[in-house]
Each structure stands twice: as C-alpha cells, then as structure tokens.
Ligand binder design. Structure first.
Ligand code: DSN
Length: 428
C-alpha cells in the first residue's frame, strides 16, 4: 500500500485520508444496511476518464460533442439494467436515490397532488414525503405505517388495510411502496390492486432490496409498479448512484424529468461503473451471494434474539435487521449504542423503531445489514460471532478496556474476512 507509483503521490494529504478509510473498512465490521464493498472493477470504472466528460442529454441526443463513447457506455448500462430486471426502459442517470425518487414524482404527479407513502419513523424514507424533504413540500403526502407490535413477532408489518382505507379516503394520484428500515418482504401485488381501485399510479422504491430483486430472492416490482426507482450501491453492490425503471410508455416522461427536469450532465464515470455492476449482478455467483445475504441476516437475527434483543417485526426476510434496544437495556439509546459500537470497531446506524418514543437523532433502535460482510465472505457462523461481539460491546460500553478488547476481536475476525485482501490495486 506504499507504492511510489500511486496516482495520488502528489497529494499525500488526500492519499493518507483515503488509505485511512481503506484501513477502516478493512479492519472494522461494516453493518450499515445500505452499504457494501464494490468490486475493484466497479471502483476502477468510477475512477475513469469519463469523469472528464460532459454529456447532457441522452445517447444520440446530446448537447455536447465528443460523446460517441459516452453514448455507448450509457446504452450498455441501460440495456444491462433492462435485461437484469426485465424492464422496458431504464434511466441510469440519477445521481442518487433521492433524485431518482424526485424525478419519478416529477414524471408522475403535479405539485400539490396527493401521494400515499410510508412514514419515515415506520420504515419509509425522507423522500417519501417527510416534511423536511423537498418531496414533502412539493406534494401533499399522506402516510401509512405498520401494524402494532405483537409478542409473537407477527406485528409491525406494512398495514395494507390502512393503505387501502387511506387510498379510498384520500384518492391519491400516486401510491409509493418501499422502505429503508423494514425487514420483511414487500409484495408489490396488493399495492397494485389498491392503486388500481382508486385510479392511482404505483411507484416502488426498491433502493434496499435491488440486489435481492436482481437475484430473485425478493419479489420483483418490475412490471407490477408503473415506475421502480433504486440505488446501485446497497445490496446491488455497485457504485453510489440511482436508476429508474419503467415501461416504454413512461420512458419519455421519466427521461425528461431526470434531464432537463432535475439534473444537468450525468456522471458518465458512474454510469460506466453501474454497467459493470449490472453485469456482475447477472452472474450466477451473484444469486448465491444474494441468497447468502438473506441467510446471514436470518442467522444474525436469531443470534441477536439469543443475546436478549427484541427484533422489530420479529425477524427478517431480507438483508436487514431492526433491533429494538429497549428489551436489552431500557436506558440504552440508539445514539449511545451506535457510538459505543463505533469505539469497538462495529459500524452501524441508530434508527427509529415504529412508534419510537425517542426523536430520530437519539432513537431506540439499531439497523444492521449483512450485504457488506457477506461480500467479505462471512457466513452464518460468523453472524453468531458478530452478534456476540455486539452484545459484549453494548454491555461493556462504559469500560474502555472491554471496548478495546472487542475491537481486537473484530480486527482478528476481519483478517480472515478482508474485503480487499490485495488492497485496491493501483487506485491509491
Ligand atoms: N441512505 C439510505 C439508507 O441508509 O437507507 C437512505 O437514504
């Protein structure tokens, strides 16, 4: 890692910071449900010469010259996305998930229209109409949530009766499904039926399960929803970015909502990296990976329950687990837990649980995901070890020696499951 040929040799300050981050990712556990470790191929494409190019517009319809290669790259990415998900149209230009969602709204509804979506503290996303998001200011969002918790774990599921009742009463123009902190399968069919009954369009934000959908281990909303938005960097294991799928009938509306409606020039280097990721996700090895992500989340859930944690929705069907910390320790907040775990080398994020009595900045839950550590090679057996380390760190959160001891154990575990055993090639 001290190669004198590093392209960053002339900027030792930035290089040192990037090496520190590489070291952090290699020596601590990455359990943030929306993160992953990309392949070196994805990383190389996103660090490529296409960062120099301006290509406002779409392939064959650009506002700048010199776009022959950019056109081919974007066509490749679009075609690979369409093939991977079985969609009639793909737009791969959104810079991230939030602009992808905003572009979908721009294409499907008018400012002031009513939209039905899941509330943030119930597992939804900021761009599903939170009052602090531009989406909540532009449109009239009405929120649905989950059913009450039940002691047998069958509660805290998306409340489809509430979705139907609200849809009948509010007559939304658009119904949004999709979550950021929901550990169960989301069937698109019932949403479609409700949308059809009230004459609404249906959008599915599959940012979290996109990789699971690509691999066939989560039901696909493509073909059922009018528009499907997603990010490429979570379970899909691509570069940071967003994308939108639809049928051909909405292609023009979606494309003009992304550009010129919302964005200027696309990030062509990231589009190249998206193309790489779509091809990687089409391989048989990715199906195995995605199944293992789900199996690992389930093993992590079981082990955490064994450590005395209550799991929201009683467990998981996907890549994430939402832990309610209150049964483990009534006085332990998500914020304190996240900070203690950081000191122990376990990276995750605090999260509100449904009907959380604490505000979002404090929260009563932790959200944990298995996409990244599965990429690093961990299996069910390691998930039990991870749950034990997590419980130890939280019990010993006021004891710096115990936190350091956990950190050492994490480091040792990480040596066997290193996401970048050879470093990151010539990139640093
Ligand atoms: N960052 C995404 C997540 O963590 O789920 C939401 O924006």
């Amino acid at each position: 890692m001290t190669s004198v040929t590093s392209p960053l040799a002339g900027d030792p300050e930035v290089r040192a910071l990037l090496l520190d981050e590489l070291e952090r990712q290699r020596t601590t556990l990455q359990l943030i449900a929306s993160e992953n470790f990309t392949s070196l191929a994805v990383m190389a494409a996103s660090a490529s010469v296409l960062t120099n190019k301006y290509s406002e517009g779409y392939p064959s319809r650009r506002y700048y010259g010199g776009n022959t290669v950019a056109d081919e790259v974007e066509d490749l990415a679009r075609n690979r996305a369409m093939t991977l998900f079985g969609a009639g149209h793909a737009n791969v230009q959104p810079h991230a998930g939030s602009p992808a969602n905003l572009a979908a709204y721009l294409a499907l509804v008018e400012p002031g229209d009513t939209v039905l979506a899941m509330r943030l503290d119930q597992g939804g996303h900021l761009t599903h109409g939170s009052p602090v998001s531009i989406t909540g200011k532009l449109y009239r969002f009405v929120a649905y949530g989950v059913t009450p918790a039940k002691s047998d774990g069958t509660g805290e599921r998306i409340d489809l009766d509430q979705v139907r009742d609200l849809a009948r009463r509010e007559r939304p123009k658009l119904i949004v499904a999709g979550t950021t902190a929901y550990s169960r399968t989301i069937e698109p069919g019932p949403f479609r039926e409700i949308a059809d009954e009230v004459g609404a369009k249906f959008m599915f934000d599959m940012a979290h399960p996109a990789g699971l959908v690509a691999a066939g281990v989560h039901p696909s909303p493509v073909g059922t929803a009018d528009v499907v938005t997603f990010t490429t960097h979570k379970t899909l294991r691509g570069p940071r970015g967003g994308a939108i799928l639809s049928g051909t009938e909405l292609a023009r509306a979606i494309d003009s909502a992304v550009f010129p409606g919302l964005q200027g020039g696309p990030l062509d280097h990231v589009i190249a990296a998206k193309a790489v990721a779509f091809a990687e996700a089409a391989r048989p090895s990715f199906k195995k990976y995605a199944s293992q992500v789900v199996a690992n989340a389930s093993a992590l859930a079981d082990a955490l329950e064994g450590e005395g944690f209550r799991l929201v929705a009683g467990g998981t069907d996907n890549h994430l687990v939402l832990v309610d910390l209150r049964d483990f320790d009534a006085g332990l907040t998500g914020k304190v837990a996240q900070e203690a775990l950081d000191r122990a080398g376990i990276t995750c994020n605090r999260n509100q649980i449904p009907n959380d009595p604490r505000p979002p900045f404090v929260a009563s839950g932790l959200r944990l995901g298995t996409a990244a550590e599965t990429t690093a090679g961990m299996r069910e057996a390691e998930m039990s070890v991870v749950a034990g380390l997590l419980a130890r760190a939280l019990k010993g959160r006021d004891d710096p020696a115990e936190l350091e001891a956990v950190r050492e154990d994490v480091r040792a575990l990480r040596k066997t499951f290193d996401p970048y055993p050879e470093g990151v090639g010539g990139l640093l």
